[in-house]
Design a protein around this ligand. Structure first.
Ligand code: ADP
Ligand code: MG
Ligand code: MG
Length: 892
């Protein structure tokens, strides 16, 4: 097996094997860009290691060969005493996992080669600083020595010398520090710092393989739904030095602004610095414009490469680069992460620049991003006073209580409080706190800092590099001028402007929602340039999705108000109107009378009282949905949901009896509640079962629908009601309801002198219904998959209980990567859906097929529904735009 690839041997499409970083380093090498020479150890080697607990035998030899080639190309020997070759050992999985895995720089330095580096670089200080960094990084990530020990020793050295910054330590100080660091390693590991360069390389490689399964990496993968069995590649790259002198430096840049999507490059540069210095936000950085001033030639070269990469990848790229004595090297590129707003804007910009097609543009955005854009923002017209400012690192409006550490963020969030995590800078250890927080605020670092990158990836609001904020994590306070923020104080942060406020600010709807509600002209009328461009991009992409998608999108809406909103959001009908909502509030009493009726006459009197009310509801709904299909579901929940709580009622009756009051009514009610009580109501007397056991109940609803239809027809409207029967498990059930329905519709048609046909169909929400769909379709004119109940009944999970009871454990154990109630379980529930679709259509080729569970608004599930051939998805009105976009993406 070939486990090692030279950069010249790979390309960008080999991410599975070479990891993202490796594949792109290979691609850039092929493009002739200035990438330092190196090689890649494949993910396959990693998978072998994870499986067998050791590296594959042939890997050693292959690394030896690759190293030889590298030494030949560079004309140097790894860890030589004269002009040594040094390398970085860098992880790189298929999907970028910022800060998750570990990179070790300066591998190859030891007590001898450090002298060689002194000679070659002409700087004693530089060489010893590099050695110091190697022991520190290697000790921490490879040998698992507590990083604090090194940090402490560094602080001690500075204190002893009476200085505050690292750069004030001279060569002798650093030599001393190297000795101290070596002693720390010896003390913590029981052996000296490995002097053999090859052993350093091998240990670092194994450590990177091993780190694939660190808690942090697992947590990130679970969150991002990245499979656990991919493994990571390892990149071995010739070191170049940004920390040699003032003509050297290191930086990160984006070919467009990843926060807003504005055109024009964006980046941070740090003179005389190495590696993580920029990203860690330890010192404040130069902008690209300032970089141009200090090193115009490198800047020009970088600009040229940025354009080259952008046209090559046809997308926003982010780039890591280093300048060594005025010579530019590119150390990494990838298609850059971006905010939701940037994604929409960049996608349409690239279309206008003729780099991609509209279909590709659609592929560059997602329903989840659109959902983020629909979140509210701070009300700009409200009275407010800016406490301090930082970089607008990741947009959104977050309000919450200040916390200073990850553990507190997690704990407070668990008790239901919104928190803002405030740090000097963040590092991978803060990940859990960042997930828990509503927003993140740091005092150091730019748009490319760890906090910013991770926050954007999570769609979380962040303000970074608020330099005037003095954060004291130990004292749990942050000062900005006169104001001191303490743990628990509520603040607001605006990730779109970088502003921080020492109060809870009011929030307003997003411009994208305004656009959806009122149209493009209203939304861009008073908008600033960025907002207007964003809204136009959303409009274009949604419009394109509408033209390409095959599936229709309907909404779940119970009232005329919801129906109106749904139409504005672009719904092409109602896929689910839940009639039980019409029986709540003051009408509850009328249902009570139905349940308590002891004679058929009393019952029909009670039902008759409900008729006009239901009819009016439907008239309103059909008016709002004029011209569009409106699927009305007959009563579904168990009747006792409309009656008082059993325990409360028992107490009430007992108390009243004691006081000798008249309890006749309540006693009757209690008897009914007792009679209707069920241990498993969700599997009990509900849906069609109710319709078949409570005489007149469904008939009342059907009559109300038919009469409302007649009223609308007479008024010149175009009502398209459809009657949907819930919880059908057998054809016979549907037959019985169907016969009765037909009779009523005919009767009303005749009485009113109108012709109408109201399709009747069923929910498919029981496994038996799915499995006997070929029979059920004999009667049903449409199916609508009720995937909530279908998930519940397929898994045997009680939806109301399991989330709290054991889902967290199941997620942790990897039994699910996501709750099956959130994203459809394709293998199980999806299989039933597929069976019902195929069998149903076989019986009735023109069967209409839709879905009205929560899954109708879930992007991944929508793609599945497209694949199995459903005619429409139905979801809540606010998810309609998301479903439109995803249904389009499913085709594009
Ligand atoms: P990450 O995946 O966290 O971005 P990298 O492997 O990209 O980790 O390494 C982090 C940084 O270390 C790089 O951005 C670069 O500045 C520095 N670095 C890595 N390899 C080299 C090298 N061969 N020469 C100089 N600097 C390097
Ligand atoms: Mg890193
Ligand atoms: Mg990197």
């Amino acid at each position: 097996n070939k486990f090692v690839y030279a950069f010249e041997e790979g390309d960008k499409d080999q991410k599975d094997l070479l990891g993202g970083k490796g594949a792109n380093l290979a691609e850039m090498t092929r493009l002739g860009l200035p990438v330092p020479p190196g090689f890649i150890i494949t993910t396959e080697a990693c998978r072998y290691y994870l499986q067998h607990g050791r590296i594959p035998d042939s890997l050693r030899v292959q690394v030896t060969m690759a190293l030889r080639r590298l030494e030949d190309v560079t004309g140097r020997r790894l860890g030589d005493a004269v002009d040594p070759l040094l390398v970085s050992v860098r992880s790189g999985a298929k999907f970028s996992m910022p800060g998750m895995m570990d990179t070790v720089l300066n591998v190859g330095l030891n007590d001898f080669s450090v002298e060689g580096l002194v000679e070659a670089s002409g700087s004693e200080r530089f060489a010893w600083d590099s050695y110091r960094r190697l022991i520190q990084m290697f000790g921490k990530t490879v040998l698992e020595v507590d990083g604090e020990a090194f940090a402490q020793a560094l602080d001690d050295a500075k204190e002893a010398k009476g200085v505050t910054s690292d750069v004030e330590l001279d060569a002798d100080d650093l030599k001393g520090l190297v000795e101290t660091f070596k002693a720390i390693v010896e003390k913590h590991t029981g052996r000296g710092f490995p002097q053999d360069p090859r052993e350093q390389l091998d240990l670092a490689t194994e450590a990177i393989f091993h780190s694939w399964n660190s808690d942090r990496a697992r947590l990130y993968r679970r969150r991002e739904r990245i499979p656990d069995d991919l493994g990571t590649a390892v990149n071995v790259v010739t070191m170049v030095f940004g920390n040699l002198d003032d003509r050297s430096g290191t930086g990160v840049c984006f070919t467009r602004d990843p926060a807003t999507g504005k055109t024009g490059s964006y980046g941070d540069y740090l003179v005389n610095a190495q590696g993580e210095d920029v990203v860690a936000g330890i010192r404040n950085t130069l902008s690209l414009d300032d970089f141009k001033k200090v090193d115009p030639d490198s800047h020009k070269e970088l600009r040229r490469i940025m354009r080259r990469l952008e046209t090559h990848y046809r997308d926003l790229c982010d780039i890591e680069f280093t300048v060594e004595k005025g010579k530019l090297y590119i150390l990494q590129t990838r298609v850059g992460k971006r905010t939701a707003a940037a994604a929409f804007r960049i996608a349409t910009q690239l279309v206008d620049e003729q780099l991609i097609t509209m279909n590709e543009a659609l592929d560059r955005v997602s329903g989840e991003q659109l959902a983020l854009l629909m979140f509210p923002q701070f009300d700009k017209s409200a009275d407010r006073e800016v406490l301090t400012r930082g970089m607008a690192a990741s947009p959104g409006a977050a309000v919450g209580a200040v916390v200073f550490d990850s553990a507190t963020a997690v704990a407070w969030k668990a008790r239901g409080e919104d928190v803002i995590l405030v740090r000097k800078e963040t590092n991978p250890d803060d990940l859990e706190g960042m997930i828990a927080a509503a927003g993140i605020l740091t005092s150091r670092g730019g748009k490319t800092s760890h906090a910013a990158v991770v926050a954007r990836g999570m769609g979380k609001t962040a303000v970074c590099g608020a330099e005037q904020l003095v954060v004291d994590v130990t004292a749990k306070e942050a000062r900005a001028g006169e104001v001191t923020l303490r743990e628990g104080d509520v603040i607001s942060i605006d990730g779109s402007t970088g502003e921080v406020f020492a109060e809870a600010l009011p929030v307003v709807p997003s411009p994208v929602v305004q656009y959806l509600e009122e149209g493009i002209d209203a939304a861009v009328a008073d908008a600033d340039k960025d907002t207007a461009e964003l809204v136009r991009a959303v409009d274009r992409l949604l419009g394109h999705a509408d033209t390409v998608r095959r599936m229709e999108v309907r909404a779940n809406a119970d009232t005329a108000t919801d129906a109106d909103r749904a139409r504005r959001m672009g719904a092409q009908g109602i896929g689910l109107c839940r009639t039980e909502h019409m029986f709540l509030g003051p009408r509850r009493e009328l249902i009570e009378r139905v349940v308590l009726a002891d004679t058929p006459d009393a019952r029909s009197a009670a039902l008759d009282a409900l008729l006009p009310l239901q009819r009016d509801d439907f008239v309103e709904l059909l008016t709002a949905m004029d011209g569009l299909p409106t699927t009305i579901r007959l009563l579904d929940p168990p009747l006792h949901e409309f009656l008082p709580d059993r325990a409360e009622l028992m107490v009430k009756v007992a108390l009243a009896e004691e006081r000798g009051e008249d309890v006749e009514h309540d006693r009757k009610l209690l008897a009914a509640v007792n009679r209707l009580h069920e241990e498993n109501p969700m599997l009990g007397l509900r849906g069609v079962r109710l319709g078949l056991t409570v005489p007149g109940l469904f008939a009342l609803q059907v009559r109300a629908i038919a009469e409302a239809t007649a009223i609308r027809l007479e008024a010149g409207g175009h009502p398209h009601p459809e009657i949907m029967v819930p919880l059908v498990g057998s054809l016979m059930e549907l037959h019985l309801v169907g016969d009765e329905t037909e009779g009523i519709v005919e009767e009303v048609s005749e009485a009113e002198g109108v012709t109408m046909s109201i399709p009747i169909g069923t929910m498919i929400e029981l496994p038996r219904a799915a499995l006997t769909a070929f029979r059920i379709a004999e009667v049903a004119q449409f199916f609508s998959f009720g995937t909530n109940d279908l998930t519940q009944t397929t898994w045997g999970f009680s939806r109301d209980d399991v989330e709290a009871a054991f889902f967290a454990d199941y997620l942790k154990k990897g039994i699910f990567t996501v709750s099956p109630f959130e994203s459809l379980d394709r293998d199980g529930v999806g299989r039933l859906v597929r069976i019902a679709v195929e069998d149903g259509r076989r019986t009735r080729p023109d069967l209409t097929l839709g879905i009205c569970g929560e899954h109708g608004g879930d992007p991944e599930s929508i793609h599945f529904f497209h694949d199995v051939g459903l005619d429409y998805v139905s979801c809540s009105p606010f998810r309609v735009p998301i479903a439109r976009l995803e249904a389009g993406r499913a085709v594009a």
